[in-house]
Design a protein around this ligand. Structure first.
Ligand code: NFS
Ligand code: SF4
Length: 628
């Protein structure tokens, strides 16, 4: 068999993961590559060097590596946010004809919240909001204006610890500086900078990206759709939109519904044009337009292998280079659309807000013209129903009722114990873990114990494939959560969007604090986060900003640098002292669920609300019943 990465047989990611042994560095030992006296491989306990050539200790190296990964994750989310804000500003100036300001009510609310004035003209208001948002990236001094969205207690704590981000770009740059050879060499000090950088992502870049996309494309409301490769249609021209930027897909979805495109598709023997999403782009257009989802991260190559994809569009982040080799074996055209990202072997058609309509039309024509080149088509029939569209606003509405739109009712349900707490299950799917299967095990255990689950990113899509995102899934919930879900007609697992939409979870947590009765800081809430199958540096940035915000986070797969006992003591315990939250590591999904449940119960005890309802302990027999 040919080696992965060489010529010959194309092996998709799952096979490659089986064939490539993970490098032990990072998991078993700390590895530093930041200067040419190294790379240095150090360990605290096993055989080998105890410090690097420069004398760097394993905990410093581990903290430095984590800080760099957080900086990369923050950069990815925030550079994406910058792109969206620039388009938003272009729309406000009237130079992006394919777009409009869709949710003007949210725009006015944002402007009022940010003190951007009360201009009647939405374009004027948008220019003001856009200017403030853009300013957050390059701010050099003072505090990120958006940090003020955090509960006052949290903001005070950040101020005391020197953690309030200044500008988004500034924190990323400073993290890279501090982790350069011979600069910041104390693990905790590095971790604090990692947190400040991550907070610039969570309360900065990600909040901005979510808010602006809501104004441009609409604030999500609950809608139904379907997920899995079975959403590809054998008789249609199939286009898969993959990556993270919803700008071009938004225009594409609109144009594809145009009669002209259907007529053109019919002329080549197809029934019409079918668009399906992949990864976070999928989450975006799913939330707003119920566009079906081909699937999560790990299934990107498999979509092409169906032989039914005429065109796959990719922009930035989580796009496997292996797609080019797979596409070359089929008729699929792989097209890169971001100025920032190209793949050898893929065609490049650059997107720009000013010419979005023309680009979308050109791409639709290319897909339709490719339909007659199809060879064998083999689409797995599975496609599962899901309900999506839960954000800060729609959850307030769904849980607060039509007339009392507030988080008070959610808090009441938590206080009286019908809902024990809330868990955010986020992040990727990873062939080194259970390839998406951990999510079902973990989430079933949580909902069976009356924990309301909020999901985003590929974790959300994995849960959707598992049938957990429909109201009927409440059948497998504990008695309290089931009752609440049935009364409100909502699933026990609420889909909150893409990974930048983790900011929605932060905002909901802030609303819960504001609604009262569950403490005064985010760290008081019976809430936890986890990323059981993380693979991307963005997931570490998300985890760190949750922790910096007071919400503990469990990580699966592996924890980088945990081999250093000193570093592990900091990240798993020490941080609690400062943030009221810390990381925990648990690769087994069932055990991860138990840790989350224990954490939630501990928070309930601290709030004095532990005894309202007894927790149901599910034995294997009961669990098997839930799994059907
Ligand atoms: Ni999030 Fe979205 Fe998926 Fe992971 Fe990648 S697509 S930004 S990083 S793999 S969840
Ligand atoms: Fe080695 Fe120190 Fe250079 Fe890192 S900075 S590679 S530990 S010499």
């Amino acid at each position: 068999m040919d080696k992965p990465g060489t010529t010959g047989r194309v092996i998709p990611a799952l096979d490659r993961a089986r064939e490539i042994k993970p490098c032990p560095l990072g998991a078993g030992e700390s590895c530093c590559r930041v200067c040419a006296m190294g790379p240095c491989r150090v360990t605290e306990s096993g055989k080998g060097a105890r410090v690097g050539v420069c004398g760097a200790t394993p905990d410093t190296i581990a903290a430095r590596n984590l800080c760099r990964m957080i900086a990369a994750g923050t950069a990815a989310h925030s550079d994406h946010a910058r792109e969206v804000v620039q388009t938003f500003c272009a729309v406000a100036r009237g130079t992006a004809p394919g777009f409009e300001l869709c949710d003007r009510e949210k725009l006015s609310r944002l402007a009022a919240q940010l003190g951007c004035g009360k201009a009647e003209d939405p374009a004027v208001l948008a220019r003001e909001v856009g200017k403030l948002f853009l300013g957050e990236f390059g701010r050099q001094e003072g505090e990120l204006a958006l940090a003020a969205l955090a509960p006052p207690r949290r903001l005070e704590r950040w101020r005391r610890l020197g953690l309030v981000p200044r500008g988004i770009d500034r924190e990323v740059v400073e993290s890279l500086h501090r982790t350069h050879m011979g600069v910041d060499q104390e693990a905790l000090h590095l971790l604090h900078q990692g947190t400040r950088t991550a907070l610039a992502d969570g309360w900065g870049g990600s909040v901005i990206a979510t808010a602006v996309r809501d104004v441009l494309f609409g604030t999500p409301r609950p809608v139904r759709s379907r997920v899995d490769l079975g959403v590809l249609k054998p008789d249609c021209v199939n286009i898969v939109v993959h990556g993270h930027e919803p700008l071009l897909p938004e225009v594409l979805v609109r144009l594809a519904a145009d009669g002209e495109m259907t007529a053109r598709a019919r002329a080549v023997g197809a029934a019409g044009v079918n668009i399906a999403g992949m990864c976070c782009t999928a989450n975006e257009i799913l939330m707003r337009h119920d566009v079906p989802v081909a699937s999560h991260f790990l299934q990107q190559e498999l979509a092409i292998i169906t032989g039914a994809v005429e065109l796959m569009l990719v922009d930035v982040q989580c796009v496997m280079q292996g797609l080019a080799a797979v596409a070359a074996c089929y008729h699929t055209r792989l097209v890169t659309t971001s100025e920032k990202a190209r793949i050898k072997g893929a065609r490049h058609v650059e997107f720009s807000p000013a010419t979005a309509l023309d680009t979308a039309r050109e791409l639709l024509y290319a897909a339709i013209d490719n339909f007659p080149n199809r060879r064998r088509v083999d689409i797995p029939p599975q496609a599962v129903e899901l309900v999506t569209g839960f954000g800060q606003e729609s959850i307030r509405h769904a849980l607060g009722g039509r007339f009392r739109g507030s988080y008070r009712m959610l808090n009441e349900n938590i206080i009286n114990g019908w809902i024990r707490g809330v868990a955010g299950v986020v992040g990727c799917t990873n062939p080194r873990a259970a390839s998406g299967a951990s999510h079902g095990v973990l989430v079933r255990e949580l909902v069976a114990n009356d924990v309301l689950v909020l999901v985003t990113g590929c974790a959300a899509l994995a849960c959707a494939r598992d049938g957990l995102l429909v109201p009927e899934a409440a059948d497998s919930a504990g008695p309290g959560l089931r009752e609440v879900c049935e009364a409100l007609g909502i699933p026990p697992v609420l889909h909150c969007g893409s990974c930048v939409d983790n900011s929605r979870i932060l905002m909901m947590a802030a609303e819960m604090v504001r609604a009262g009765g569950l403490g005064e800081d985010l760290s008081d809430l019976p809430v936890a986060g986890c990323a059981p199958e993380w693979m991307s540096e963005k997931a570490l940035a998300v985890g760190q900003y949750f922790i910096g915000s007071g919400i503990s986070v469990g990580l699966g797969v592996y924890f980088p640098g945990a081999d250093s006992k000193e570093f592990a003591a900091q990240v798993f315990e020490g941080l609690t002292q400062d943030y009221g939250a810390a990381w925990f590591f648990e690769p087994d999904p069932q055990a991860l669920a138990r840790k989350i449940l224990a954490h939630i119960e501990e928070k309930r005890r601290a709030l004095g609300i532990e005894g309202r309802r007894e927790r149901v302990l599910y034995d294997m027999k009961m669990r098997r019943r839930l799994d059907v």
